[in-house]
Design a protein around this ligand. Structure first.
Ligand SMILES: Nc1ncnc2c1ncn2[C@@H]1O[C@H](COP(=O)(O)OP(=O)(O)OP(=O)(O)O)[C@@H](O)[C@H]1O
Ligand SMILES: [Zn+2]
Length: 967
């Protein structure tokens, strides 16, 4: 018995080599005369090809592997075999790291295999260790696992793999073995080139695995897909009587993992979910239960399976489409590693296809943007995905499709796929699916050839490309945590935009009559309400109005309270007097500048944000108006974008939608002409309009009109409509007050004719709501005179009666404030778009409506309002007072925010993580009382800034710098 055979048996426990090729590779590597390239199918036993030589070699074998999870599994496995293997990675506890480095520094290290990621190889911290090993001639072999990651044509391209070329040039005498399961010619060439393999010995085995039975089921054709899956799993596992082996179901999202696992269990097959959203403990339990046979089926995202080496996986079902054929080959290849018959099923749905198609193209575009537009577009992921689609939608042998994709000869399937088993069944299914897609997607019919839009021409070049990262945790995070990234992007962008809009003293207009107009204590947006308040008073009482406003301003600590108090103030005025006053308007119906002027400086800040007002300091120009800011809220792919490739909606577009909804209710922004048009076009709209003018409630009319357009609104649309409606209602509340006052004061006001044509004032959505500072100034003089003259000539503008209570208005304010606190929520932008900007990008607050230019009003002042006191203790503000967080609550928040960092290995030990969390919690509750939202924001901010300077937290000293920080 040779040393190789002995080692195979005694150290690895195998009686013989799995195949002739495996033995050949092992011997070639041991010889070490030439570099070796290995391309063998999944489960062929590639690991042994470098592990066995490593055990026999004098010195250390450095193994490059793409993922820490994969490395950990390998190291664990080798440890159980009593083979000294370790890894240096960011997740390694500090003590263990020290021990490994000490061993490597010793004269004759005991370590046989050292696993590292390509990133670690290139990291400066690893260089001294690497240099030390190399200079002492201790490096026996370099093994590059998953070598296709080096190729841009590989489906798992990892740029850091390219750094291995440089590593190789530093190791001239050290042989290299590169291994992969998926490398057609082009990828093979890339590997040889990038890893500087010198005339390597090449071992390439066909990808065909005859024990795997492939089939594709169109999910949408099934009456109950879960029952179908259950029946499949049951059969694959050997039926109810003799259950054997286990299975994997791959899903694309965490939710579907949970859902499918639950359904299967309910139907009688124990199944557990496994995904990144589970607590580490739950995930480990799921995996252990499955590995040890306590649970038959694991329902997982693609992160599961890396390094999972279970021989008796009897089936792998894909509940959702894989992102590439190469990925699919590898994922499905986890079945039947023991060589026994096993099943690989794809539950295909064109919906999945469209979603994935969208995501992949977005990802390609993102990467392309990073790389620079001059570089050739990386089509590989798209082509690889299209190959996956072709696999599902094309008639033909599934094994042949896979083999051809990898550049192999057509294999002898011999009935190991649904098509070869019974082509008629496959054809019939395609026809039914085609008919279904024709019925449900008429818009698609014209473009695609073949069923479901599959164009066979597209896949001619499919063999070149491989798509996306298979193992990459990044992919997992793209697929599952994309929303997180988007949230972050949105948060950054939002903060940037908001800070650009912050007003410096330079913006302050000397004409502003509001006291402390430049104060930043209450965010700029709130000032709109001050404007409203002032707006309600006539010029005669401006000074009192300013006083009242200032009192409110001083009494309120934050925007929420301020808004509520202002609204309450108006409410009190209403109660006290029964009337509020309409603002004076000039000849053109513009609000009198004297009145508006009170808010001018603060309002100018609004203007600065949304118009090219001359008083905007240069450094404040160049921000994006909210109307043009893209809503980064992730849209449901394919939903609402028919015929449009742009997945984003600007706030302006968003507003347009809402506007449309308002329009659909007959509340025409453009006034009567437009309204009549609408009425002619839509009888329903006419009804609605009449009902509005005859006094029906706004809510009802809006809702009913939405429905009357035939298409029921989606939840989201409904939400937007409500937001628009609410804003609109507040506006109309004030309009109503003004009108009532006008009616009361002047008996010349005619009643609107019942059911007859009614002149309706509606918020001016597109026009300027607030005059530019220059305009205002120009109109400032002679305002009272205008008022006087207008009162002689009151041309009535009738507002439809509105039933909106102040309480609703305050509630709405609170709701908006709540949304604002959740600044990461994209909903905020939508709300923001209502409150900051209009489609035209002009300053606006939809509540502040301005009558059309042809209207004139009589303005009066009710003295009762003087007697109203500012009541900061009112019931609304009381309700809105934030409660200070307790230490325990703060700790909960901190742990939630910090946990992802811990999971990413940003703490050397769990204890460090805990004490940092403790430290932060104390820090955050110190000083003045804060509510939960504030604590969360501060926690995020602190943690972010901490990790921007600390790569990995190694000791308590790392956060010493945070101690004196002012919170
Ligand atoms: N000579 C052998 N005899 C029996 N079993 C073997 C032999 N060599 C390897 N195996 C087993 O085959 C299984 C697959 O091996 P390995 O994980 O190395 O496959 P692989 O080719 O790396 O697959 P993948 O590409 O999917 O990672 C393992 O369970 C391993 O223990
Ligand atoms: Zn076949």
């Amino acid at each position: 018995m040779t040393a190789v055979e002995r080692t195979l048996k005694t150290r690895f426990g195998f009686e013989k080599f799995r195949s002739r090729q495996q033995e050949d590779v092992v011997r070639a590597v041991i010889k070490g005369e030439r570099d070796v390239f290995v391309c063998m199918p999944t489960g062929a036993g590639k690991s042994l090809c470098y592990q066995l030589p490593a055990v026999l070699a004098t010195g250390i074998t450095l193994v490059i592997s793409p993922l820490i999870a994969l490395i950990q599994d390998q190291v664990e496995h080798l440890k159980t075999l009593n083979i000294l293997a370790s890894s240096i990675n960011s997740k390694l506890p500090l003590e263990e790291r020290r021990q490994i480095l000490a061993d490597l520094e010793s004269e004759s290290p005991r370590l046989k295999l050292l696993y590292i990621t390509p990133e670690m190889v290139a990291s400066p911290s690893f260089q001294p260790c690497l240099n030390s090993i190399c200079s002492r001639g201790l490096l026996a072999l370099l093994a590059v696992d998953e070598a296709h990651c080096v190729s841009q044509w590989g489906h798992d391209f990892r740029p850091d793999y390219l750094k291995l070329g440089e590593l190789r040039s530093r190791l001239p005498g050290v042989p290299c073995v590169a291994l992969t399961a998926t490398a057609p010619k082009r990828v093979q060439e890339d590997i040889a080139h990038a890893l500087r393999l010198k005339s390597p010995l090449t071992f390439v085995l066909p990808v065909f695995r005859k024990n795997l039975k492939y089939d594709v089921i169109f999910r949408d054709l099934l009456p109950d897909p879960y029952i179908h899956l259950h029946a499949f799993a049951k059969e694959a596992l050997g039926g109810s009587t003799a259950e054997k082996g286990c299975g994997i179901v791959y899903c694309r999202t965490r939710e579907s993992c949970e859902d499918v696992a639950h359904r299967l269990t309910k139907l009688g097959i124990m199944a557990k979910p496994y995904h990144a959203g589970l607590k580490a403990g739950d995930r480990t339990t799921s995996q252990a239960d499955w590995m040890e046979g306590r649970v038959a089926v694991i329902v997982a995202t693609i992160s599961f399976g890396m390094g999972v080496d279970k021989a008796d996986v009897r089936f792998v079902a894909h509940w959702n489409l894989a992102k590439s054929l190469a990925s699919y080959y590898q994922e499905s290849g986890r079945a039947g590693r023991d060589g026994l018959p096993s099943f690989c099923r794809m539950y295909y749905s064109p919906k999945d296809r469209d979603q994935l198609n969208f995501l992949i193209r977005k990802e390609v575009a993102r990467k392309q943007e990073k790389r620079g537009s001059q570089k050739e577009l990386d089509k590989a992921p798209i082509l690889d995905f299209e190959a996956m689609v072709a696999f599902c939608e094309k008639e033909g042998c599934r094994h042949a499709t896979i083999s051809q994709f990898f550049g192999d000869q057509k294999p002898n399937c011999d009935g190991a796929c649904d098509f070869c088993h019974n082509p008629k069944v496959v054809r019939a299914q395609l026809e039914r699916a085609s008919a279904l897609s024709t019925r449900t997607e008429p818009a698609r019919r014209s473009e695609p050839r073949g069923p479901f839009g599959f164009d066979p021409e597209l896949y001619a070049g499919g063999r070149k490309g491989y798509g996306f990262e298979r193992y990459d945790e990044e992919w997992e995070s793209h697929a599952e945590d994309d929303s997180e990234r988007r949230k972050k992007e949105f948060g950054d962008m939002f903060r940037k935009q908001m800070s650009l809009r912050k007003v410096s003293v330079a913006v302050h207009n000397a004409d502003c009559q509001l006291k402390e107009a430049c104060s930043q204590r209450i965010p700029r947006l709130s000032i709109v309400l001050a404007h409203l308040l002032v707006f309600l008073f006539s010029t005669d009482t401006l000074s009192q109005a300013v006083e009242i406003e200032h009192e409110v301003f001083r009494a309120c600590k934050n925007a929420t309270l301020y808004r509520a108090a202002v609204l309450k103030k108006v409410s009190d005025l209403k109660k006290g007097s029964g009337h509020a006053e309409a603002p004076p308007v000039d000849e053109d119906g513009n609000a009198c500048s004297s009145c508006v002027n009170g808010g001018e400086s603060k309002i100018a800040q609004e203007e600065a944000a949304t118009s090219s007002s001359s008083c905007i300091p240069e450094e404040q120009q160049g921000f994006t108006p909210a109307s043009q800011v893209y809503s980064l809220k992730r849209k449901r792919v394919g939903a609402g974008f028919r015929g449009s490739s742009n997945p984003f909606q600007t706030a302006a577009e968003l507003l347009k939608t809402s506007q449309h909804e308002v329009l659909s209710a007959g509340l025409t922004p453009q006034g009567p002409a437009r309204k009549e048009e609408e009425q002619e076009e839509k009888p329903e709209a006419k009804r609605t309009s009449l009902s509005v003018s005859s006094g029906s409630k706004d809510h009802t009319s809006l809702d009913s009109s939405s429905k009357s357009w035939g298409k029921p609104l989606s939840k989201k649309e409904q939400k937007r409509a409500n937001a628009a409606k609410d804003s609109y209602c507040i506006s109309r509340y004030f309009e109503k007050k003004k009108m009532e006052s006008t009616q009361r004061e002047s008996n010349t006001v005619p009643e609107p004719e019942e059911g007859g044509p009614t002149l309706v004032t509606a918020p001016e959505w597109k026009g300027s709501t607030i005059a530019s500072p220059t305009d205002m100034k120009a109109k400032n003089t002679g305002c009272s005179k205008d008022v006087e003259s207008r009162s002689q000539n009151p041309r009535l503008v009738v507002n439809p009666p509105v039933d909106v209570t102040m309480y609703q208005a305050v509630k709405e304010t609170a709701r908006i404030e709540e949304a604002m606190r959740e600044s990461e929520s994209a909903t905020l932008l939508e709300l923001q778009s209502f409150f900051v900007s209009q489609p035209s990008g002009r300053t606006a607050f939809p509540c502040v409506s301005r009558p059309p230019s042809n209207c004139k009003r009589r303005v009066t002042f009710d003295p009762v309002v003087h007697e109203s006191k500012v009541d900061t203790e009112n019931r609304y503000t009381k309700q809105l007072l934030p409660e200070a967080v307790t230490l325990k609550e703060a700790a909960n928040i901190v742990v939630r925010v910090l946990d992802p960092f811990y999971k990413k290995g940003k703490f050397a030990t769990k204890d460090l993580f805990k004490s940092f969390a403790r430290f932060l919690s104390h820090l955050l509750v110190e000083g003045k009382a804060k509510d939960q939202a504030k604590v969360k924001t501060e926690a995020k901010c602190l943690i972010k800034s901490f990790f921007s300077s600390v790569q990995r937290c190694e000791s308590e000293a790392d956060w010493e710098g945070l101690r004196g920080r002012d919170q």
